[in-house]
Design a protein around this ligand. Structure first.
Ligand code: UD1
Ligand code: UDP
Length: 375
């Protein structure tokens, strides 16, 4: 059976490594994988670095769509993916998460009647001002196999009308939904030990430090929110070092969105280390050795939990309800005072209990076997 896997944005490249590993280790006689990179992310440290480090097979195609407005970027991807699907004639298309690359592949494949396997299905923020919410809802509703990492995600699909009955031959009109654990957890477990080799690169980190990532458009493209979040970072830096691997979107927007005074204060502050985006192993190292994580990233919230670190979520809601319900993460939105308060509280009293919520680290194997059994 031939699968085409669609990747484009950084987290999708990382997630794809888990499935490729499962195929290589246990299913290579039955599953052939052709990787297609849409080119949504293209900087060396947003794309190439992961292929070398995580041993991901080279994409057979790079569609080189680059950056752009939602409509144009998605349309370009859809057009080029259609051509590749015509040439490759895959038995199924595998998509991850909720980016424009996910949506484009879902549009192209569904119109060509190619079954879609959606990994990270069912997640909802219930906030349609988020481009990702649109992408994931649309993708879920044309998919044939939907793999949810959490019970909440699975329940969301049931509430939206998906049947819990499993067909032995799933189709787009009779899709199968599964709660199978998180493929990102497979990766964290697999790479956690190796990530310790990154220690030599981060001798400038002085524990206790807080690791911070920011890239959501709701933050980067809004002056008041960006200003408030960075004021909080400045305040927290008075009692805790901040390490901030900067997403290119945020790098571009900071000079436009922050006051000159705040920019200067951030630049002059030796307790705030703003660095280029790091590799996955470096990121796992930084997460694991941090005392606190401040983030608006979906993936980083979860990795914080996998690695038993509390997180302050810089959004108004999260798809990962479970980690908030457990008390290991707190939704602080862009509220400067709340962010500081929570950071302070987590540093003073770190939670110690992180019950397993994301499966057994074998989601990749389950997905491969299910594809073989039901398509
Ligand atoms: C995208 C996804 C988001 C995901 C994130 C992961 C959508 C709608 N958004 O957001 O869900 O959480 O990726 O990181 O698909 N840029 C570069 N170099 C790059 C990539 C981007 O400079 O290699 C800059 C460009 O100025 C670009 C901006 O970042 O315009 C935004 O990139 P884009 O891919 O549109 O969205 P992300 O914010 O990265
Ligand atoms: N990540 C990374 N280097 C960085 C920042 C993040 O390797 O400098 C990894 C992180 O460990 C996680 C994934 O990228 O696996 C999350 O991607 P991102 O935050 O870009 O997107 P999201 O998960 O919000 O869609």
């Amino acid at each position: 059976m031939k699968l085409t896997t669609i990747i484009g944005a950084r987290p999708q490249i990382i997630k794809a490594s888990a499935l490729s590993r499962a195929i290589r280790n246990s299913f290579s006689d039955k599953l052939e994988e052709v990787i297609i990179h849409t080119g949504q992310h293209y900087d060396q440290n947003m794309s190439e670095v992961f292929f070398t480090e995580l041993d991901i097979p080279r994409p057979r195609y790079n569609l080189a769509v680059g950056s752009g407005k939602h409509g144009k970027q998605t349309a370009l991807m859809t057009e080029r993916l259609e051509e590749v699907f015509e040439a490759e004639k895959p038995d199924a298309v595998v998509v991850y998460g909720d980016t424009n690359s996910t949506l484009a592949a879902a549009i192209a494949a569904s119109k060509m009647l190619i079954p879609i396997v959606h990994i990270e299905a069912g997640l909802r923020s219930f906030n349609k001002s988020m481009p990702e919410e649109i992408n994931r809802i649309l993708c879920d509703h044309v998919s044939t196999l939907l793999f949810s990492p959490t019970q909440t995600g699975y329940d969301n699909l049931v509430k939206e009308g998906f049947s819990q009955q499993l067909s032995s031959k799933a189709t787009a009109d009779s899709p199968n939904i599964y709660h199978c654990g998180d493929i990102m957890y497979d990766n964290t477990l697999f790479f956690e030990k190796k990530a310790e080799l990154s220690a030599c690169k981060f001798t400038f980190c002085k524990p206790p430090y807080a690791l911070c990532t920011i890239h959501r458009d709701s933050n980067t493209d809004n002056k008041a929110r960006m200003q408030s979040i960075f004021e909080a970072i400045l305040q927290i830096s008075r009692f805790c070092q901040i390490i901030l691997p900067l997403h290119p979107r945020t790098k571009k927007m900071m000079p436009q969105m922050l006051s000159q005074k705040l920019l200067t204060e951030l630049q002059d502050n030796s307790n705030i280390k703003i660095i280029e985006p790091v590799s996955f192993l470096d990121m796992i190292y930084l997460e694991k050795h941090s005392s606190l994580i401040l983030t608006d990233s979906g993936g980083v919230q979860k990795e914080a939990y996998f690695l038993k670190r509390p997180s302050v979520i810089l959004r108004s809601e999260t798809e990962w309800q479970e980690i908030v319900q457990q008390g290991n993460a707190f939704v602080c939105d862009a509220d400067r005072d709340l962010i500081c308060q929570r950071a302070d509280a987590f540093l003073a009293n770190p939670p110690s209990d992180y019950p397993p919520l994301f499966g057994d680290g074998k989601a990749g194997d389950f997905i491969c076997q299910t594809i073989l059994d039901t398509l």
